[in-house]
Design a protein around this ligand. Structure first.
Ligand SMILES: [Fe+2]
Length: 313
């Protein structure tokens, strides 16, 4: 039965939002279907129910496209692989390497399981799910198809996506563009954005330089809408959205530098920023957010800002 809390949302005749607002996944439908985003252990059942609600046969879903391989974006993969052996998991070359670590390094898998469970526990405490999903005997991650910049994923009936490598949030981050429909899958390339409050938490966890150049790349593509990996779809004013994302990144980076210049300790800055982040999201446990905030301070510290890097023409 469909969970009334989470119905699918029709974005265009061929593009649907699934999952939950905090952890959305998307479905693109041509003759074949492609799920975009690897979900979480807790959103897996929600996504399955939404597909049922849409009357989509499992066999029709050919691909699962990963925007990136952070723990909160891959949790449904091993669960889907168990029931849909035909599914092809698609990722960037770096994404493939990082997912392979989960198979070969016990520590990496342990860390994933912990984050996935903590997301489920947060969702349970908010009444978004009724139980934490059971752990699996084995987690079969793995990538079946590696895609690079400029590759196309053709789903038939005129639905086709071009791949853009957009690192910066993570080294493996990849975005998609459907030119005909004017849809961009932004993923986490612009960081964490909360449309209701128009707040950005810039997330240049891998590199500030790469993050800004990826935003500039995405801003150069013609689009009417942008699908985010948290908090849904931005409709209209996409160029303006990217300008805001860059401005927010610049001011966050400048704040980090100014505070370091004043002699504030990295830990102190991270703690204060984490306290600010939890005023508008509870995506991860506080300690996880604090560790990410500390990482941002270090990325700002080591960044080499060049002219034009923080501007969108
Ligand atoms: Fe991420």
């Amino acid at each position: 039965m469909t969970d009334k809390r989470y119905r699918h949302i029709s974005i265009t005749p061929n593009f649907y939002q699934l999952g939950t607002p905090s952890f959305p996944a998307y479905l693109s439908l041509g003759d074949d279907g492609m799920i975009i985003e690897g979900g979480t252990g807790a959103t897996f059942v929600i996504i399955l129910n939404q597909l049922k609600e849409l009357g989509i046969e499992a066999e029709r879903i050919k691909y699962l496209f990963l925007t990136h391989t952070h723990a909160d974006h891959i949790g449904a993969i091993p669960r889907l692989r168990r029931i849909w052996p035909h599914l092809k998991v698609v990722a960037s070359p770096v994404g493939e390497k990082l997912l392979t670590r989960l198979v070969t390094k016990e520590e990496a898998l342990k860390e994933f399981v912990e984050v996935d469970r903590s997301i489920a526990r947060i969702m349970l405490s908010k009444g978004q799910i009724d139980a934490v999903p059971p752990e699996l005997d084995s987690y079969k991650f793995g990538v079946d198809m590696v895609v690079k910049e400029g590759d196309r994923l053709d789903l038939g009936s005129g639905v086709s996506w071009t791949v853009y490598e957009t690192p910066g949030h993570s080294p493996c981050h990849t975005s998609l563009h459907n030119e005909r429909e004017g849809t961009l899958v932004i993923g986490d390339a612009t960081g964490f954005y909360l449309p209701e409050k128009d707040i950005f938490w810039p997330n240049y966890f891998h590199s500030l330089e790469a993050y800004c150049s990826s935003i500039r790349k995405l801003a150069s593509l013609p689009a009417q809408r942008g699908a985010l990996s948290h908090n849904g779809v931005i409709e209209g004013g996409i160029k303006r959205y990217f300008r805001k994302a860059i401005r927010a990144t610049e001011s966050y980076h400048q704040e980090m530098m100014a505070r370091l210049d004043r002699g504030e300790a990295l830990d102190e800055i991270a703690l204060e920023k984490a306290k600010w982040v939890v005023t508008f999201t509870a995506l991860l446990p506080f300690e996880g957010i604090k560790a990410l905030a500390a990482l941002l301070v270090r990325r700002s510290q080591s960044a080499v800002v060049s002219e034009g890097m923080l501007a969108i023409p």
